[in-house]
Design a protein. Sequence first.
Length: 284
Amino acid sequence: MTDPKRHHLALRALVTATSIVMKDIGQGLLLISHNALAVLGLGLVAVAVVFGTQPALRNSVEHHALAWLTERHEARLDSGASDTLVSPEPHAAQRVSAIDMQELPRAQAAVANWLSRRYKVAPEAVARIVQEAWQLGERARIDPTLILAVVAVESSFNPFAQSPVGAQGLMQVMTRVHDDKYDPFGGQRAALDPLTNLRVGVQVLRDCIQRAGSVVDGLRYYVGAANLGDDGGYGARVLFEQEQLKAVANGRAPMQRSPVREPSAPEPAQPASATDEQVALADS
């Protein structure tokens, strides 16, 4: 036999042998896979049976798994907050009373924008206060611009303001006198929550107006000057502020200077006599 024929036969034999080996390997892998899946399936069935018939064991495993996941989560938070002073609070933004200015109607947005610039208050925060004033005004039948004017004169939109006689918050309500009005909101500390203070303040303002019979006299009651000869210009300042807010809400330019004579010295938001007046109002 010549050398070319011999080489050809050897090559064919090698190809045949290789094909047989690869086929055997493939069949072996397929058999192993089938067996492994069968074992895994049987294992899962066995685990399901055990967990189904042993509630205590299932609860124990779940408890340990949850504890492990919790530890991993806390460790991840700690590692991410290692360079900060406090731990992250993903839901902190939900505690803030703020809305986008674009959510307000045109008149309210104009008022909120003007108040934000004048009193240097964050627009999102003052927008929420304006929105609340409009809603409260509709329910209490009080012009919302009057509510906002009282807030402007009383606290300049500082929700943490406090007077020497203990009036607190946006509308400077005597918290210890009207403590019962804060009970539905969780107690007196709610006086420092802007929206709660606004709601309680509007209640007090409405009661003052109803008792006095007019807005002008109601403001005298509100500031505690009903029994005094002069309210120190308080009512005039509030009404001037309201006129400015009305102008802004209607798209007009507000007056730049009050036509009313300002007092020579600033008066406290709640003079000492306010305690007696608001006590009498609260008891009536």
